[in-house]
Ligand binder design. Structure first.
Ligand SMILES: [Zn+2]
Length: 348
């Protein structure tokens, strides 16, 4: 049975919505060993998809291909070596490896014309996805699909960055550069860690109200940051990958400070550590390039669901748009132009 999926058919071009089918494995099943088929309910659009559209993820040779790496769905089928009790379970689809089989094969899809498309080990911007077992984590049925999808990347990255990479302590100061979806979640994570002040920074002043709703204590335009190099911070997180923001931010680290790069610069770009001797100031300083906040899906997603159950996690100020798959290019433009928090794509 065919289903719809967003397909990258050409670099730096709008995605196309194609009707596709799952390619059969050698045993005539949809799932190969170690794979599960997920009926997708919702997916987020992450900055990584923008990088893929630009061909910055080593993906240029695999076009056309499917996209997406944070989603919520229901398992409908499992391949050999996967517990059949997963069928019918609600799952987070995530790009980091969790527990269970790491499928040897990546997912394949077909068009009516016999063309074959790749989906990698996880894909979420489609109505039905074949995913490696270790890219799904089961959650309870009552977990809202928005939360479930965000736990696949953006929210888990933010929580992991603050608690596991930055090891933010009570009362430490934090500067968050870039107030997209991850940035908004970082503000919340900083609040949960009792940081002060929590300074949010973006080029777009329209994001101030959402940042303050998430309990940032200050909101500044990024141009002010560059012009007034006065504040020092215990933790600085850059979500933009912007070279100037990184170079400028590193100079604002306090003694013992940690600078965490979440946003990725473009391939071939370099940044400089200006006044390098300052890196030795006081207790010394650290620069970390994090992979998704180092979150471990099978261990951390259940804890983060508990955090939501405690009432301390409020996603109202995080999700700025909810769009159908047919409008995915509008959503991508919103993210690319810095006009959105998290954009969610409804798939059912
Ligand atoms: Zn992501």
């Amino acid at each position: 049975m065919s289903h719809k999926a967003a397909i990258l058919t050409q670099l730096n071009s709008p995605l196309e919505i194609w009707d596709i089918e799952h390619a059969s494995t050698s045993f005539g099943k949809t799932c190969a060993t170690g794979q599960v088929r997920v009926e997708m309910l919702m997916s987020g659009i992450c900055g990584s998809q923008l990088q893929e559209i630009a061909g910055n993820k080593g993906n240029a040779g695999f076009i056309p291909h499917l996209l997406g790496h944070e989603g919520c769905g229901i398992v409908r089928e499992v391949g050999a070596g996967v517990n059949v009790q997963l069928i019918g379970k609600k799952v987070v689809c995530h790009w980091r490896k969790g527990e269970g089989s790491d499928a040897y094969l990546t997912a394949r899809y077909e068009t009516g014309g016999g063309r074959t498309l790749g989906g990698g080990h996880v894909t979420t911007l489609c109505e039905s996805a074949v995913v490696s077992r270790n890219r799904v984590t089961v959650v309870d049925d009552d977990v809202p699909m928005e939360l479930c999808a965000l736990l696949g990347c953006g929210l888990s990255t933010a929580l992991g960055t603050v608690e596991q990479e930055a090891k933010l302590k009570f009362g430490e100061s934090i500067l968050i550069i870039g107030c997209g979806g991850v940035g908004m979640n970082l503000i919340q994570a900083a609040k949960l860690s009792c940081a002060f002040p929590i300074v949010a920074c973006d080029v777009n002043l329209d994001k101030k109200s959402a940042a303050m709703y998430n309990q940032a204590t200050h909101y500044i335009n990024i141009s002010e940051l560059f012009e007034h190099p006065v504040e020092k911070y215990d933790v600085i997180v850059d979500t933009t990958g912007n070279i100037q923001a990184i170079e400028d931010g590193i100079q604002r680290l306090a003694s013992g400070g940690r600078f965490i790069m979440v946003g990725q610069p473009k391939p071939g770009q370099s940044y400089r550590v200006l006044s390098a001797l300052d890196m030795f100031f006081g207790e010394g300083k650290t620069i970390i390039a994090t992979q998704g906040g180092g979150f471990r899906p099978h261990l951390d997603i259940p804890r983060y669901v508990n955090l939501w159950r405690s009432g301390l996690l409020d996603l109202t100020g995080t999700i700025s748009h909810k769009l159908p798959l047919e409008q995915i290019n509008d959503g991508i433009d919103l993210v690319r132009n810095g006009l959105a928090g998290r954009v969610m794509i409804s798939l059912k």
